[in-house]
Design a protein around this ligand. Sequence first.
Ligand SMILES: [Zn+2]
Length: 438
Amino acid sequence: MEKEIARVAEEIAELVGGDVDRDEIKEALEKYVRLGIDLPSARQVLLKKYGVKGVRGVGDEVELAELSGGEMSVNLLVKIVSVSKKVVRLSGGDEKEIAFGLMADRSGIRKFTAWEEFGLEEGGTYRIEGAYTKSYRGEVEVNLGNLCTVEPAPGELEDLDPSSLPRIGTPREVKIGEIVPKMGTVTVEGRVLSASEKTVTVSGAEKEIQEGVLGDETGVIRYTAWGSVRLREGGSYRIAGAYVRSWKGIPQLGIDERAEVTPLDREVDVKESTEGPTRKRISELLLKGEQYVEVTGCLIEVREGSGLLFRCPVCRRVLKESTCRVHGPQQGYPDLRVKAVVDDGYGAAQVVLNREITEKLLGMTPEEALEESERRGEVLWLEEEVRRKLQGRWFVMRGTAILDDFGPTLLPKEVEIVKGDVEEELKTLLEEIEGVVL
Ligand SMILES: [Zn+2]
């Protein structure tokens, strides 16, 4: 980078002429770069500052597809695909006529807004210097402001046929089942399976929101609609510019007024059983959590902390040496749980079985476990008992799968022991795993 900066400083100094200090230019460039401005933009800003005009190498132009939405000054060579005019009210209250439309280069088509009169004509080709970009509704737009220069470039891009080009930067169109955390902004079509109003407090202010579930033939997802956005239960919609949020690795959709919500005149097909869990392999849970999932796997390891434990009567945290991390020494109440690792041949996940399930599997209540422990004078016997009874057995588990830095964790609401020849299945599993490893 340092070499690059020195090279650009040298170039600027040459272009400006004799009486400018190269170190000063270099320092200015370094400052811009530190502030996160890319080098070509910084170069452009400095050339403007020193009054150098009309300097431009072909290499300075960037392609529309490269734009990320935060550029302060870029040069483009584009053909105008469409242009219209409208009057907007500026923040100061003044009215202004602006031009907007679509522009293309060899990489694709993007939206633009021209805040000054540049005389852009449909089908015309132009060299644009000093445009800036912004992201709006998840789409990058090119802005031509008063620092921008636009010159007709007849003869350039003559053979460019915009009808064969992609429109860049519109939110990615996805099926609901494909949505994963950190996907950004998406476009989906779905049917509202349920919707209810709710009041939440955001930064001290009460807000009315709508929460619901949206489905298509690939899956379902929870959504929250903000502002004036409301979806009708049973209605089918196209939502462009919804944003993906996640809770413990489980994706959810946020829909606010920046999204374009269009009712569809057809009904979106929804996965047949939206009530039941989605069957998944554990390897699929490495990508995202699931609200309601079914996993079949072998419990390969019972972890420490399984069996009998004591919880704080105030906050339910597990006590260590009769002490709560928050509430200090406590007379805890007994509880049962199992912490384990389950493997389905495709991947491994942690699993936490709650008291209800553990009670059923062990045939024992926490009080009975406590009684037996007092008789034996120790509590670890039950962990061994859990290991003896559950380790190596196959289970069908239905519940929530969360995903965090430690990988997927299953929190089943229901567990069934798989009947059949467990030994045989284990052997097949091990063979499959070895097959994959080899
Ligand atoms: Zn506590």
